[in-house]
Ligand binder design. Structure first.
Ligand code: BG6
Length: 517
């Protein structure tokens, strides 16, 4: 273990919110992609916003043989590539002086003794006061081993400071493995020490859903089965499997995106108003929604779900090969790169209001959005005019890119005849607040340092999500291999996904320019 003494660099001045208290952050999987693409840039952004504590240190833990100096050097290069800005040398020096590295093997107790020694050093040199945030950014099969080793080395006990563990996704691959992982974690840690992260909850527009619904008086009265016809959630990506076939081909889109990211979106759209903004008050209401989503019978899975796999095409300005021809994908793989389904939430508020969702890779555009479509007026006052069809009112919450909220409604097109067009009121985040470079992890890391678990998932929420998804996975895996590909990269996805809505007399919302006179 190598360590150089920090150079005397001025800490950035504090201007905005209060930084968290002293602490060390230990990243397991420090030489992996997540660390360089998201975690270190997020730390840099927090530093820029003056939200990191003065008494702070980062310890990278990974198997590769390197010194702290070499680790710092590689982080310095990576931050230039991944921070979406030109890093300020003064700020980066401030962080770099707090970065250390421990070479270790998660199965070896000696590695955790080395970590323990390094933690004592940073406590002495950086004044981190025994508070430690452990971040499990490794492959999921190591999660259990790491927490057991942490416990065996006495590193999970809160003697002088707090000890918290952030657990990355995937959290299990079905209900039983998620339950087993929860049990494993809770045999070592108390629930209040476990922070199950879902980076969707770090996105501004996702957090804004709570503000939009509960800090405004005008939407909540119509946010129910009486006025809402249905809800659509689209998470479209243009990218393919992007060198992650090793993980993705054994997971598939449903596991990768639905029980976590998409169910977070559904729970925030559908939850009842919590009695306060306290962590458990919010999460209780989210958990109730997840428990109210009706798991499907085998027949329903066949009728109400669609899966797809992309074939060669051009998406996001790049040529993609057949998914099955991607490096690392098993020959003749039946793994889905697209999933769509119709879900029902059995609650007084949402009974009989379908929630349609579609998610996929290799699609025509990168777009994550929630569309709340309202019922049409009870009858058309304009039926004897040339107005043939009234377009329904829609509220579109754009999560990325181009974050914002848009309300679509009908308006008379000027002229002697009665003609209607769809117009909109459009709020774009960028116009009002500007956009700061962000990875989505900043808020979550900051909250974990502060000890606020509101935006992290509880065990019951994770298990409720898997309870809905597991029956679908079971039916899909029991079916004979599909005749994939069934959609071309760069398209809107498989035709069956359109049929899923058409059967109900509905269609997916595709943004189109507002009608001009
Ligand atoms: C990750 C998935 O959790 O989320 C990826 O594993 C996916 O497959 C990514 O591409 C999408 O995140 P974002 O923030 O780009 O929408």
């Amino acid at each position: 273990m190598t360590q150089t003494m920090p150079r005397p660099v001025q800490a950035p001045a504090r201007k905005n919110g209060a930084p968290g208290g002293p602490c060390a952050m230990v990243i397991f999987g420090a030489s992996g992609d997540l660390t360089k693409r998201k975690l270190v840039p997020a730390l840099y952004n927090l530093c820029r916003q003056e939200l990191l504590p003065e008494n702070f240190a980062v310890i990278g833990f990974a198997r590769s043989e390197q010194t702290s100096e070499a680790f710092r050097r590689s982080m310095r290069e990576d931050i230039k590539r991944f921070c979406d800005c030109t890093p300020d040398p003064g700020l980066w020096d401030w962080i770099e002086n707090r970065i250390h590295y421990v070479r270790g093997d998660a199965t070896q107790p000696e590695s955790f003794q080395a970590l323990r020694a390094q933690l004592s050093e940073v406590e002495r040199d950086h004044g981190t006061k025994g508070n430690v945030l452990f971040y499990l950014a490794t492959a999921p099969e190591h999660f259990g081993t790491i927490v057991s080793q942490l416990q065996a080395a006495g590193l999970t006990q809160e003697r002088e400071g707090w000890r918290r563990v952030i657990v990355e996704k995937p959290f299990g691959r079905d209900l039983s493995s998620a339950r087993a992982l929860n049990e494993e974690l809770r045999s070592v840690l108390s629930e209040r020490q476990i922070y199950r992260i879902d980076h969707y909850l770090g996105k501004e527009t996702v957090q804004n859903l709570l503000v939009f619904r509960f800090a405004n008086g005008i939407f909540e009265p119509i946010w129910n089965r009486r006025y809402v016809d249905h809800v659509q959630i689209t998470v479209a990506e243009t990218v393919g499997v992007e060198g992650r076939a090793g993980y993705f081909d054994t997971a598939g889109t449903l596991r990768d995106m639905v029980p976590n990211h998409i169910f977070q979106l559904i729970s925030l759209v559908a939850m009842e108003p919590p009695i306060s903004f306290e962590a458990n008050a919010v999460r209780d209401e989210q958990a109730k929604v997840l428990r109210a989503i009706q798991p499907m019978s085998e027949e329903e899975v066949l009728k109400l779900t669609v899966r797809g796999q992309y074939g060669a095409g051009r998406a996001g300005g790049k040529d993609l090969p057949d998914y099955r021809a991607e490096k690392g994908v098993a020959q003749g793989s039946s793994t889905e790169t697209f999933a769509a389904m119709k879900l029902g939430i059995d609650s007084w508020r949402w009974k009989d209001v379908p929630f349609y969702l579609r998610v996929g890779k290799g699609l025509h555009a990168r777009r994550t959005e929630i569309v709340v479509q309202f019922r049409r007026p009870p009858f058309s006052l304009f039926r004897d005019t040339s107005v043939e069809e009234l377009t329904p009112n829609r509220l579109v919450v754009r999560i990325q890119p181009d974050e914002g909220i848009q309300l679509l409604f009908g308006a008379k097109i000027p002229g002697a005849t009665m003609r209607l067009g769809t117009v909109d009121m459009d709020f774009r985040y960028q116009d009002h607040f500007g956009i700061e470079p962000a990875t989505g992890y900043e808020r979550l890391l900051y909250d974990a340092v502060l000890g606020d678990p509101t935006l992290f998932q509880r065990a019951d929420m994770v298990e409720a999500g898997w309870s809905v998804v597991t029956p679908v996975l079971d039916v899909w895996s029991a079916l004979p291999p599909r005749n994939f590909p069934n959609y071309a990269a760069g398209s809107l996805g498989p035709k069956e996904a359109d049929a899923l809505l058409e059967r109900d007399g509905r269609r997916w919302y595709e943004p189109e320019p507002a009608a001009k006179p």
